[in-house]
Write a protein that binds this ligand. Sequence first.
Ligand SMILES: C[S@@+](CC[C@H](N)C(=O)[O-])C[C@H]1O[C@@H](n2cnc3c(N)ncnc32)[C@H](O)[C@@H]1O
Length: 379
Amino acid sequence: MEEGTVIDCFAGSGVTGTAARAVGLGFYGIEAHPMIAELASLKLQVDVEPDTLRQVAAEIAGTAKAREASVTANDLSKETELVSRSFDPVVLTQLVALRHTIVDREPDEMSIYMKWALLGTLRDVATVKVGWPYQLPGKPRQARFADVGKRFLERVEWMAEDVAELAEDRPSAIVRLGDSREASSWPKPGTAQASIASPPYLNNFDYADATRLEAYFWGEVRSWKELTTTIRGDMITASTQQSSVLEKEAALKTLEGLPEIHETVTELAAALKAERRQRPAGAKAYDQVVPAYFLAMSQILENLYLSFDHGAVAVWQIGDSAPYGVFIDTPGIIGRIAEAHGFRMISDTVIRERGQRWRRANSPVGVTLAERVICFRKD
Ligand SMILES: C[S@@+](CC[C@H](N)C(=O)[O-])C[C@H]1O[C@@H](n2cnc3c(N)ncnc32)[C@H](O)[C@@H]1O
């Protein structure tokens, strides 16, 4: 493909977007997580001078250093518990001084770069385990970088180098904050020539939760409740924390429009429910996730089909899973849903085996899980 637009309807931090841009293709991303969409947009825009970025960052670091003495214990006590527990008080003081300095500046096009350089610094200087996706404030670790200001400036330097490489004469690359289940989030019909995407895996990974440290520190949200409404609101249900009985019932009803998929999903939900019933109360309700997840995929594939030009090809990377030992062939089912919406399957390729992590309790045979790339086309 030498020209045209690539769509990523699960744009994340914009890996597809930056790759498309680098080879001179247009890009249209859709991302439901507000902070991640902001980060992806930032990575694709070309409206600042690298040297101005460096200069503003140096000024901010200098002002923040001078402000550290004025950050009081009372200021620190206003941080959420997750934030307070994740940093040594001296480090937290430096982080808060930097944040105050960035927020107090007259907002301009540099502000968002400074915000993300600081948010990128958080996990580098944390004194507890804060890997992806789980933040474990009860588990201490040695901070990977001790000097907050220095690390902040290093991160700005990387941004400046990236910005210097972004040529201005490239086709447009945008990331839209939105829900890819909604038709209104998509570009005009027939305008895209490819899709390269990786949907959320049906494996209990909660993207809103994964970014809690950054969201709390920046004050985007201050509580779990706010997080679930503000950040998680438009995300597809891919984890048990997001699911509900009502959503399950409604999803199964809607999937009746695709009888074969409905049958598969109903069987899976029943098998998962039977397994759950054998476990203690409160066991994860995967049976509620599955119908909502595949309904979302159906809505998104319908939108993708409309947005595609004839001959356009989709390449999606996705893993299967086996909660409670019930094998869910997620890539295969997504492929069948794609076919039900008019696409033609081209290939389904294993790119990585993930081992036999889920063993049925009553069977010596484990299920080999894999990550696959499915490829389908609008003829
Ligand atoms: C596997 S990740 C994609 C990672 C991406 N390739 C990148 O470069 O970072 C899936 C993404 O889908 C997003 N997502 C979940 N539900 C969505 C929805 N309804 N509409 C758009 N994006 C959604 C998640 O927030 C997450 O960022």
